[in-house]
Design a protein around this ligand. Structure first.
Ligand SMILES: [Zn+2]
Ligand SMILES: [Zn+2]
Length: 269
């Protein structure tokens, strides 16, 4: 597992910069109708959220390290009681963390107080790779708490969480990117993994679709718990109606939005 350790030790900020630059260039190259100025502005507004996330990094790190130290001291959790091969422990851990995210995400949509923080991610009406970065700070803490509760219950190894968090950022860029992926992606990967098309359905304005495909890495939870839905990507209207317009797409509006009473706007057909 030494090589994996070394890969996971890569500075996340370097990976972030590489992802931002490469996805921006790919999206410009493949979507020539997009104007550079407005796209740069859109990226910039969303990157401001990521700067807050980076500033919160030490708080999140402290939450994670102190939880795992506490688990080590008390040998807490199922995997500390039963002996399983190390590789099984790690892979099962990644699956369980994804399961935790699934339920946290579902409650993020269903509990009105949580939706106030989570709708920031859903507000993006012109979705592209940078939407991956648009998340309200407490929403990030909220998901981390869910992952740590799961880690404590099962006595997960910190390697599972490191691996899960390492995969999260690139996968999130792939999911949100304004790129047309080949048609074979869904049949080949979609039986087990969340594909970009599945996550895009989650960003459809119509709440029937917004409340579906909650999975982060694996789509199996949606299939198991009855929240898996599909829709042709060409027919998707992104974002939330109540956030339409340039002013409501700005960082300053969005960062204040959880504290505002914003009425849901439903399309009448
Ligand atoms: Zn969501
Ligand atoms: Zn998303």
């Amino acid at each position: 597992m030494d090589i994996l350790d070394q890969i996971l030790a890569t500075d996340q900020n370097y990976i972030l910069v590489a992802l931002v630059i490469s996805f921006f260039m790919m999206e410009m190259f493949f979507n020539q109708k997009v104007r550079v100025g407005s796209k740069l502005n859109h990226f910039f507004q969303n990157i401001l959220f990521q700067l807050i996330a980076i500033a919160m990094g030490s708080l999140l790190g402290l939450m994670i390290i102190s939880t795992f130290n506490w688990m080590d001291t008390y040998q807490f959790g199922l995997f500390n009681r039963i002996k399983v091969p190390y590789w099984f422990h790690i892979i099962a851990g990644v699956l369980l963390l994804d399961l935790a995210d699934y339920w946290m995400h579902r409650w993020d949509h269903k509990v009105p107080l949580f939706w106030r923080q989570h709708r920031v991610h859903h507000s993006d009406t012109s979705m592209d790779a940078s939407t991956a970065l648009r998340g309200f700070p407490t929403d990030i803490i909220y998901f981390t708490i869910g992952e740590l509760v799961m880690a404590v219950i099962f006595g997960l190894d910190i390697m599972s969480l490191n691996l899960f968090l390492f995969l999260f950022l690139p996968v999130s860029f792939i999911h949100h990117a304004n790129l047309n992926y080949p048609a074979w992606v869904d049949p080949v990967f979609g039986w087990f993994f969340v594909t970009p098309n599945y996550h895009k359905v989650h960003h459809e304005q119509d709440q029937f679709y917004t409340d579906s495909n909650y999975g982060t890495l694996f789509i199996i939870w949606d299939k198991l718990f009855g929240t898996f839905k599909t829709k042709p990507v060409a027919e998707i209207n992104y974002g939330l109606k109540e956030f339409e317009g340039n002013r409501k797409q700005s960082f300053l509006y969005l960062i204040r939005s959880p504290f505002m009473n914003i009425k849901q706007v439903v399309d009448e057909e």
